[in-house]
Every structure is written in structure tokens, then in C-alpha cells.
Design a binder for this molecule. Sequence first.
Ligand code: FFO
Ligand code: GTP
Ligand code: MG
Length: 465
Amino acid sequence: MSTIAAIATPPGAGGIAIVRMCGPQAKEMLARMFLPFSPHFENFRPWMLYRGRILDSDREALDDALAVFMPGPHTYTGEDMTEIHCHGGPFIVRTVLENALRLGARLAERGEFSRRAFLNGRMELSQAEAVAEMIAAPSREALRYSLNRLEGLLGRRTLVLREKLDALRAQVCLAVDFPEEDVECLAPQAFALAVDDVIVGVRRLLAGQKRARLMQHGALVVLAGAVNAGKSSLLNALLGRTRALVTEFPGTTRDFLEEMCEIDGLPVCLTDTAGLRATAEPVESLGVAASHQKLREADAIVLVLDGARLHEQGAAAPTCPDPAAVEALALAGETPVLVVWNKSDICMPKVFPPRWSAGFPCRAVSALSGEHLDELARDLRTLVLGDGAGSATPDGIAPNVRQAGALNEALVELQALKTDILAGQPYDCCAVRLDTAATRLGDVTGVASPAEVLNRVFSQFCIGK
Ligand SMILES: Nc1nc2c(c(=O)[nH]1)N(C=O)[C@@H](CNc1ccc(C(=O)N[C@@H](CCC(=O)O)C(=O)O)cc1)CN2
Ligand SMILES: Nc1nc2c(ncn2[C@@H]2O[C@H](COP(=O)(O)OP(=O)(O)OP(=O)(O)O)[C@@H](O)[C@H]2O)c(=O)[nH]1
Ligand SMILES: [Mg+2]
């Protein structure tokens, strides 16, 4: 087993940086480049932080630093680990790492520390993934889901479901081997009920998936509508700073523009788009095509209406008088839409919400004066999260995209299994589906995941993690 080394802290200058080593030579390597200050120092006591000099290859002092030795198997990776906490200058850190490499360490690959932790049985796959998710978490709620995964809550829940399938499998084996005692072993009705119980369990785990995804990766919210409606003004107002150009000339925004922000506690990728109108101008056409694409990708659409232009006929008309709005609604499909009547500071419609907007939530705001923007933010949160907008998943347990994929595959298999049982299919056929479902559940924790799955998971990590 090789000894690996990496810088665990981000690149660039910082107060302190950490170089970590892991493997059988980790302690030896540290000892060769660390000169303790204390005259009483004999050897590294586990988990004790020592101060000393870091020496470079010709034993010249390089830094005044702290170092620690953590003996396996009770460490993050399960192997011997050491760390040097040095001053966070890029030159110092790089030289410390180079010294470790010169002493025989190999530069760690992305996620290799966590991969070792997984391979050494210190954590299962959903826990290892949680490490990277903790680091990426953009909101308090996302962090809660990740920490619960890191602590193995999701893994344990799926394990319980897998064990139920294993128990069923044992009973099916009995039924196959001793067919004359079939009824006593496992009546089809009881079998189907037991499968149903697991189906319910899998569904419960999947319930929080959408919300967890939105909290972890942010919702794509697209501002769309006619030219000059005030989309860019609204983007600036919601961001609280001037990010997009605003002019009185229609067609100011040509390309879409994305900014991450938090709207009422929800991480959002807010997207300003080129105004929708028929145009022969080639550059503007490309911009409008990009707006169409964004409308198709959106998690939620804010349809911005130009109050100043629409107020004459706009609100009382039976059908939408704004062709850009009609176009946006056609592209929206199933995506939730919030209709925003902008420029309420100068033009409030007599009828509000407009007659034709039935079915869509509506809000009149002014991007210019800021009136009703707080309400707009709350509307948006509700729009994106749907019914459960107020509360997180009750137990804080939710799968990530990969885990949800595996759970969904298990679900499909279990539903087919239930149909087969009730249709009187022989038990040896059922056993195959049971196995497949159990394997898919096992993918959540990676019990038997092939190397390519592990490669995909760990390649998304940072170096040094
Ligand atoms: N400096 C530093 N900070 C860090 C880490 C690290 O490796 N180094 N971590 C990691 O990347 C995280 C902490 N994660 C850890 C996970 C498991 C164990 C561990 O297995 N500890 C042993 C022994 C504990 C003891 O003796 O008190 C155990 O729990 O069995 C330690 C840290 C976050 N902060
Ligand atoms: N009175 C008033 N004027 C506004 C408001 N919002 C935007 N405007 C004005 O409307 C004009 C167009 O605003 P923009 O934000 O550039 O509109 P847009 O929808 O991004 O336009 P395009 O990029 O051309 O599609 C500018 O002159 C803004 O100052 C508002 O709430 N009240
Ligand atoms: Mg604009």
C-alpha cells in the first residue's frame, strides 16, 4: 500500500494550510521533516499536536509549524495519517508537499483519502459522497441533509430495507426448495404485503429528493418576458446590486446572464434573458434562442409583464395581450410560472390579477422602487418548493441524484415483483427480481459497486479530500 500526500486546504495564500499524508510511511515521513521544539519530545503521541520546525530537503528550516500523528485503524482513512499545519503561503505549502513526495510519497488523486476510507470500511459510499456534499453545501438545509448522510442515516435506512429483502429471499428459497410446504413458507398475499412494505420505505426515502436537490444545487429561476419589461431591473433588484445593464432601449439584454443568490433561504441560480420578440437581427435571434433554451431548462419561470405597456387593455382582456408572455407560457410546459406585473409604481392595473392569468400566481411589483419585492421572494420560494415550502423533509434524510437513481431502479423492480407475485408467477422468477432490487438498494451504500461507479463518485472530490 502506497503512502499518499496532498495539500488539504484550498490553493492560494491563507493563514494556515494543511499538508496531509496517509499510509504506512506517513509517520516516518513526518519524522524526517519535522524537528520538534520540545526537549522532552520522544515520539509522536497519537492525536497530539506538536510544534516544531519543518525542514526542507537540505535540512534548512522552512517553517515554524504544528504536526500531528494519527495511528490507524481509528482514523479518517483507517490508515496511519499525519498532518503538517504550516503557514499558508503558497511557496511554503508547495515545498512541504514536495518534501513529502521526495521522501517517497505519491501525490494523492482526487478524493483518494475518502476512497481509502471507503475501501477500508470506515464509511460506506453515501457517507463518502456526503463529505464532498458538505463542502459544496450552499445553504443551511443542504448542510443538514449532507451531515445526516455523513453520519450514515441514509445508509442505515437503506440497509434496513435491504435486510427485509434478504429475509424475503430466504423465505423464497425455502418455498422453491420445499414446494410442498409452500403455503406455510410464504403465501403470495403475505409476500406481496412484505414487498409493499419495502416499496413504502423506498418511497419515503425518495420523497425528499427534489427538495434536497434544489437545496444542494440551487433552483434555476428564469426571468423571461417582452423586451423592456424590466427583467434586468428585477435581476438587479433581487441581487441587491447592479449586475445587468438596464436602458430604456428594447433589446438591451442580448445574452442570458446567471447569478447565484439566496432568495428567502432558497439557493437560486437567477437567470436574466434576452426579451422575447420576433427579430431578423442575427445577434438578437441567437439571444432569443438562448432565452427559449433557458425556459426549457428552468425549475421555475418568472414571467415579467411590462405594466407601463399593458395597463390600457392588459388586465381586463380575456386572453393575454402580450405575445411574448404567450410565447413564454407555451415553452414553460409543466414548469411552474409566477406572473409578475412590473412597474407598479407608475401603472397599476384596474383589474388584478389580470383575467387571463387564471391559474398562475400573480404579483405586482416595482423593480425600480422595490415595492413588494419581499412578497415576490416568498412567492418564488413557494413556487419552487411547492406544497412543502415551509418545512424541510421531516427527518432530514434525502438521497442525492445518484442515490435517488439507484432507489428509483429498486422501486421499479419491486413494483414489477409485486405484480408478478399477484399474477401467480413462480417463486424462482420472483427471486431474480428480489436480487436485482436488493442490489440496487446496495448501490446507495456501494456494497458491491463496480470500479466505474467509485471512479465517478470520487472524481468529483477535491484533491486532498
Ligand atoms: N485537521 C483535520 N481536520 C479535519 C479532518 C482531518 O482529517 N484533519 N477531517 C477529515 O477529513 C474531518 C474530521 N473527520 C474525522 C473523521 C474520522 C476520524 C476518526 O476516525 N477518528 C477516530 C479516533 C478518534 C479519537 O481517538 O478521538 C475514531 O473516531 O475512531 C477523525 C476525523 C474534518 N476536519
Ligand atoms: N417606472 C419603472 N420603470 C422600470 C421598472 N423596471 C424597469 N423599468 C424601466 O424599464 C426600462 C427597461 O428595463 P430593463 O430592466 O432593461 O428591461 P428588460 O426587460 O431587461 O429589457 P430587455 O433587456 O431589452 O429585454 C428601463 O428604462 C428601466 O428603468 C419599474 O419597476 N418601474
Ligand atoms: Mg434586460
